[in-house]
Design a protein around this ligand. Structure first.
Ligand SMILES: O=P(O)(O)O[C@H]1[C@H](O)[C@@H](O)[C@H](OP(=O)(O)O)[C@@H](O)[C@H]1O
Ligand SMILES: [Mg+2]
Ligand SMILES: [Mg+2]
Ligand SMILES: [Mg+2]
Length: 331
């Protein structure tokens, strides 16, 4: 069946998958050729042998290398997309930066990526969801975090790094790409790319739900920005375990992979580029990402940059996690 003209948002999604992968390659190159500091030793208690600590060697890199990776990755993404769509509203974490022509992807529309999306559309009963079909470029805003998990990148936890490209239509995240440059998989040396669009499902990973009734809740939160409000919310959730891990995008990926049940962060600190891609993908999986009151954030191009009212993300039981963030008086 011949496809109608491809909706611009799906061309943009295919291009975003392509440039996110390219940006991931840049980040890997910078880490491998960067100024790797002396190997730091990190002592980690072994759960099975509480009196023994494992000495785990981690390789760290400098903040300068992280900054270079941030800037090069952002230039790759934004300049490559802008070459094809000069009028597109793109907001990147690293502001207006220059960069090397070498990092720009000349042909952002990779036929293979576009072919995957075409095939999904062809197989979908009812064809292209109308939200995607009718969106025009002036209604679209793209939020780019070229390297999420900067701190983790410099402290020897590159597996927490993600490249985030979120695509909003009229301020609502409707498509998104999360690329993991350092994802370890048997058959992959180029990381992992998870993507989704409104009504087209989640691709690049098999979304898993945990059996909370049997196994208890696992709740993730910040690794480096604690607060009393966060501790209160964690206590109210009565989790089987709490994971304090870096990367806003990384925490959302772990929810999709069924490792965590929620990302609880009732505190300012994240921005729209941290959450737009993850919210679009969670929504495509039937989940939610909202502020701590349950309201949706606005991702229009002119919206406030900060997620001032915290982040609560989950695949299910969202109302329960929202209830955990209420100040004590309202409990
Ligand atoms: O792209 P960066 O600056 O690494 O994004 C940050 C977020 O802004 C910050 O909120 C996250 O904090 P937590 O680790 O405490 O969740 C950080 O991990 C990165 O996502
Ligand atoms: Mg970030
Ligand atoms: Mg960043
Ligand atoms: Mg940052």
């Amino acid at each position: 069946m011949a496809l109608a003209a491809r909706p611009v948002v799906l061309e943009l999604l295919a291009a975003s998958i392509n440039v996110a992968r390219r940006a991931g390659g840049i980040i890997r190159d910078v880490l491998s050729s960067g100024e790797l500091r002396t190997v730091d030793k990190v002592r980690r208690r072994l759960p099975s042998l509480p009196t023994v600590t494992a000495v785990t060697a981690v390789t760290t890199t400098t903040a300068a290398a992280a900054g270079k990776a941030d800037r090069r990755a952002q230039h790759c993404i934004i300049e490559s997309l802008r070459r094809r769509w000069p009028a597109l509203a793109i907001i990147g974490e690293e502001g207006a930066i220059g960069g090397s022509e070498h990092d720009v992807v000349a042909e952002v529309l990779d036929a293979a990526d576009q072919g995957v999306i075409d095939a999904i559309l062809t197989e979908r009963s009812g064809g292209c969801p109308s939200t995607l079909q009718k969106a025009t470029l002036d209604q679209i805003s793209v939020w780019v975090d070229p390297l999420d998990g900067t701190k983790e990148f410099t402290e020897g936890f590159p597996e927490n790094v993600t490249v985030l490209i979120g695509i909003a239509i009229n301020g609502t995240p409707e498509a998104g790409v999360i690329h993991q440059p350092f994802f370890k998989a048997a058959n992959s040396v180029t990381g992992r790319t998870i993507w989704a669009a409104h009504g087209l499902g989640v691709h690049g990973t098999e979304v898993k739900w945990r059996n909370v009734a049997r196994d208890g809740r696992i709740v993730a939160t910040t690794r480096s920005h604690p607060s009393p409000a966060i501790e209160r919310a964690l206590a109210a959730a009565q989790p089987a375990s709490i994971v304090r891990i870096g990367g806003a995008g990384n925490k959302i990926v772990h929810i999709l992979d069924g490792d965590f049940d929620a990302y609880l962060f009732p505190s300012p600190g994240t921005s729209k580029w941290d959450t737009c891609a993850g919210e679009a993908i969670l929504r495509a999986a039937g989940g939610h990402l909202t502020d701590q009151s349950g309201a949706s954030y606005d991702y229009s191009a002119k919206a406030e940059l900060a997620n001032a009212r915290g982040v609560v993300a989950s695949l299910s039981d969202h109302a329960f996690y929202l209830s955990c963030t209420k100040p004590p008086a309202q409990l």
